[in-house]
Design a protein around this ligand. Structure first.
Ligand SMILES: [Zn+2]
Length: 319
């Protein structure tokens, strides 16, 4: 990793008008969607680390139904507006994603790029997730059989006789994409930090859904990813404001040693969630505040951030 200095700051371009106040409130970084020229330029002007959230496996399923993964019943999966993940046998879409990344890398040199939606299909910002196994399209099943040497043709057969191998195969597939994108980033911008947004569940929750449904395996991803960023949206997920702190406490059990974790907290949970995180023994490698614009717009709220950042920096957890 190219910087020892943990990054703190808001996520979301609506915070851009307040960028001149970031430094006064302990923020040294700004996360925004895509290679946003205006945001990157403003970061350069104000000495703020520019961090791109890069969309990998997410698309408008209504516009591109061919990308909808196939469920265990052979039909396209159910989905809501927050769904992420696509059928990973859709090569045209994957080529577009890669072209978008390369285009951004040629034009800009951000401090970091956080890979988003780097998962199989589902959505987790809810207390009652609708978890579905996927993708059982013929191409994805053929890929599984070729990769593992297992001869199975139907979803039922795969889940009944080779569920572990199926999950492992999906995790390896996602990890290969992570390695590929990280290699592209480092080839063009060797100093660039590679982050990944993560499903915020422990490996055991929801019957192993982190791997079984979302195909995110910290150990497989670790060689490619510099910073892991779980989405700690407590209110939306029906969790307490201490969720982030609890995650950090449990993280050493399932995240490889020495691999920095940086929470993204939801401004909806502010300030309780941030204050709880700052109380953690190992508060992580900085923090992102999703939708934090209004926090920076208000001097009193911004002062809370400044104190929390100071508290976290004082613990020297730069991993
Ligand atoms: Zn598929």
């Amino acid at each position: 990793m190219s910087t020892a200095d943990p990054l703190f700051g808001p996520y979301g371009s609506s915070a851009l008008p307040y960028i001149d106040r970031f430094a006064a409130h302990g923020a040294n970084a700004f996360w925004f969607h895509g290679f946003d020229a205006a945001a990157i330029e403003a970061c350069e002007q104000h000495g703020v680390a520019a961090c791109v959230e890069f969309k990998t496996f997410r698309a408008d399923f209504d516009a591109r139904p061919e990308l909808i993964p196939i469920g265990v019943d052979g039909q396209p999966i159910r989905y809501g507006e927050l769904v992420q993940g696509v059928c990973l046998s859709q090569h045209e879409f994957l080529a577009e994603t890669e072209a978008n990344l390369l285009d951004g890398l040629r034009r800009f040199a951000p401090t970091g790029i956080w890979l988003d939606y780097l998962t199989y299909a589902g959505w987790f910002e809810t207390p009652e997730p609708d978890l579905q196994e996927s993708c059982f399209c013929p191409a994805c099943i053929a890929d599984f059989c070729a990769a593992t040497g297992i001869d199975a043709t139907t979803p039922q057969q795969i889940l009944a006789t080779a569920a572990g191998a199926w999950t492992r195969h999906k995790c390896e597939r996602v990890a290969r994409f992570a390695a590929h994108y990280a290699a592209l980033i480092k080839a063009h911008r060797p100093e660039c930090i590679v982050g990944a947004y993560m499903c915020p569940w422990t490996p055991e929750e929801y019957d192993g859904a982190l791997a079984r449904i979302f195909a995110q395996d910290y150990h497989l991803l670790a060689p490619s990813i510099d910073i892991f960023t779980p989405l700690i949206y407590a209110t939306k997920s029906g969790r307490p404001p201490t969720w982030g702190r609890d995650f950090l406490t449990q993280a050493p059990a399932f995240i490889p040693a020495g691999k920095p974790v940086q929470l993204i907290l939801d401004a909806l949970d502010f300030p309780e969630s941030l204050l709880a995180t700052a109380e953690a023994q190992q508060p992580g490698w900085g923090v992102q505040l999703f939708g934090g614009a209004h926090v920076f717009a208000d001097a009193e709220r911004a002062a809370i951030i400044a104190r929390a950042v100071e508290q976290m920096r004082g613990k020297g957890d730069a991993a």
